[in-house]
Design a protein around this ligand. Structure first.
Ligand SMILES: [Zn+2]
Length: 156
């Protein structure tokens, strides 16, 4: 049995700008969390500039193992991949960083991302988790970090 938590809706800032990314719902299952996320029209995909910001702050991220059409690491697609896919890898990066003293060292964080409706910017991100509270915190932090990057680039 999972538990479902509804998260906040996309917010409108200063009466005009929406966040690039928001979480519509989160379902916490025994071994993973299933997140329905929504991206705004402008930010369905990463750009070279966004990838550069992400790799500068999270230098391990391009070396994550990732099955994709261009290679075997996230770095092979990071300059042009979906924002929800970036979210998946950032959550995993935060969980790995924060879990250095974990007892179960053999645990492998992993995830999947797929569009539910690409035209409307909705996608499902699933991430294997050990600790639901830590996972929810990492998700919340990763969303805020990505929105901050997109806001910086939108202001350029
Ligand atoms: Zn990936």
């Amino acid at each position: 049995m999972g538990m479902r938590a509804n998260s906040q809706q996309c917010s409108v800032r200063n009466g005009q700008r929406r966040d690039a990314l928001c979480v519509r719902s989160i379902e916490v299952k025994r071994d993973r969390m299933v997140c329905l996320v929504q991206v705004c029209d402008r930010w369905h995909y990463t750009t070279s500039k966004l990838a550069a910001l992400a790799c500068k702050e999270y230098p391990h991220m391009p070396f994550h193992t990732c099955v994709n059409s261009h290679g075997s690491t996230f770095g092979d697609v990071i300059k042009h991949t979906s924002i929800p896919h970036l979210l998946e890898h950032l959550v995993i990066d935060l969980l790995v960083q924060r879990n250095v003293d974990r007892s179960n060292r053999s645990f492998v964080f992993a995830g999947t991302t797929e569009w539910i409706d690409e035209g409307h910017g909705t996608a499902q991100v699933q991430i294997k988790i050990q600790d639901d509270i830590k996972a929810l915190q990492a998700l919340k932090d990763a969303v805020a970090i990505i929105n901050n990057w997109c806001r910086q680039l939108s202001n350029d």
